[in-house]
Design a protein around this ligand. Structure first.
Ligand code: SF4
Length: 417
């Protein structure tokens, strides 16, 4: 249990956190000869689940364990919702990455009462306070989620693949920041790309590969030295954010094409205004790299109308012409669109490469309708996919004429003859 003095310090910590300072927390953790009980809450995990561990929480856990405190991941809100149980923990620390993640009212009340330390972009957006340096640059505790995963996988015997990112990869940022300041991005607080962590800071040699969460690695002045350091680990690695293909040069393409990369290279094509630049960059890239390449296509952000659907189709077309695969990302405002169903169908068509490579958008929708007719008992009306396609075509025949029948095999300029 915390003493009176420590409680006072803790309360000060909450106030200081609001001023973006966290060093008093570090003072408490480091100076005390007691063993604190620290409960860690990954709000995104407890709401809808996530594919990745929360890196900030891994680092907080690693840091606290270094000073011999006991750390436990809270696997169910009921563990901390009950008044009688709340004193089990000296500190409760919660992080949330996504602003749409829901928190139960009883827990929110505890946050409002400053009984839980909170952090992360899901709470603060781009003003999210940075972790104190000592924590930010601490080796992540990759064991934090082990009990949780064990409980979800019947002691690592079922569905383990779902937790691959938690179990098999070292995770970190070799650089931070970006100069582009896209309006939808939480990285707008930076002006440039700076070196962040050496790989040794987060590399667990027992783990199979490395996942990098850099914001804009392609813009890093240390691009080549970091790449050399990654290659020297001998492990496959992958940048998880879409790489900025607008910054591709022949030198960068040649170097990247030779590395031991995990999975497909993924770039971003967010704005139709960049069409010419991205086409030129893809030409450079394809000269050096012949394997599969994906590009994220952001939709529903600039607008949610027929113009956005049209420019989504145009970006898909450019990507296919270069023998690459689009991956549709839907900004949440798409849900308010009159053409919501078109966004869904475009994502279903593009995000499953087997469909995209073999069928035009029209063929894909027709195949859905045929399946609907033969496999369901519902005889009234068209399936939602076919209906979205014909409704949009009736309203905008010119857009449909231009894009509905494009086939990957026919427009891919890089297909082997
Ligand atoms: S380029 Fe990427 S990292 Fe940079 S501001 Fe835009 S979305 Fe964010």
């Amino acid at each position: 249990m915390l003493s009176k003095k420590e409680n006072l310090q803790k309360n000060n910590y909450y106030k200081l956190l609001e001023n973006k300072l966290g060093f008093i927390f570090c003072e408490l953790i480091e100076a005390n000869d007691k063993q604190f009980k620290i409960g860690i809450i990954d709000a995104d995990l407890l709401d809808q689940g996530t594919k990745h561990p929360n890196l900030a929480l891994l680092k907080i856990s690693g840091y606290c364990k270094e000073f011999r405190h006991s750390v436990k991941l809270i696997c169910d809100y009921s563990e901390i919702a009950d008044k009688l149980k709340e004193d089990i923990y000296d500190f409760l620390i919660m992080s949330k990455v996504f602003n749409f993640t829901k928190i139960p009212a009883v827990i929110q009340k505890r946050i409002d009462n400053k009984e839980i330390i909170i952090g992360g972009t899901g709470f603060y957006g781009m003003d999210s306070p940075d972790l104190p340096d000592k924590i930010e640059h601490h080796m992540p505790d990759y064991e934090l989620y082990t009990d949780f995963i064990s409980s979800q996988t019947d002691n690592f015997t079922k569905n383990v693949i779902r937790y691959e990112d938690y179990l098999n990869y070292s995770i970190g940022f070799t650089t931070r920041g970006c100069f582009r300041k896209c309006s939808y991005c939480v990285n707008r607080k930076y002006d440039r790309v700076i070196k962040h962590s050496p790989i040794s800071e987060f590399l667990d040699p027992k783990r199979r590969g490395i996942y990098l969460w850099d914001d804009n690695f392609m813009a890093s002045p240390d691009f080549y030295t970091i790449l050399d350091a990654l290659i020297a680990t001998g492990k496959p690695f992958q940048f998880r954010q879409g790489l900025d293909i607008r910054l591709m040069t022949a030198d960068k393409a040649e170097r990247l094409a030779k590395v031991k990369y995990k999975g497909d290279f993924i770039f971003a094509f967010d704005h139709i205004e960049d069409a010419e630049k991205i086409s030129n960059s893809l030409k450079i890239w394809k000269k050096y790299y012949k394997k599969s390449t994906k590009l994220y296509v952001l939709t529903g952000y600039d607008s949610q109308d027929e113009r956005d659907i049209e420019n989504t189709f145009e970006r898909i077309k450019i990507i296919m012409e270069h023998g690459c695969l689009p991956y549709i990302m839907r900004y949440e405002d798409y849900k308010e669109s009159k053409y919501k169903s078109m966004y869904i169908q475009l994502a279903r068509w593009c995000n499953q490469p087997n469909f995209l490579k073999k069928k035009s958008f029209r063929q894909y929708c027709k195949a859905n309708e045929e399946y609907h007719l033969t496999h369901t008992n519902i005889i009234k009306g068209y399936c939602s996919c076919y209906k979205a396609m014909i409704d949009f075509e009736m309203e905008f025949p010119e857009i449909a004429k231009k894009y509905y029948d494009l086939r990957f095999e026919e427009i891919n300029q890089y297909k082997s003859k």
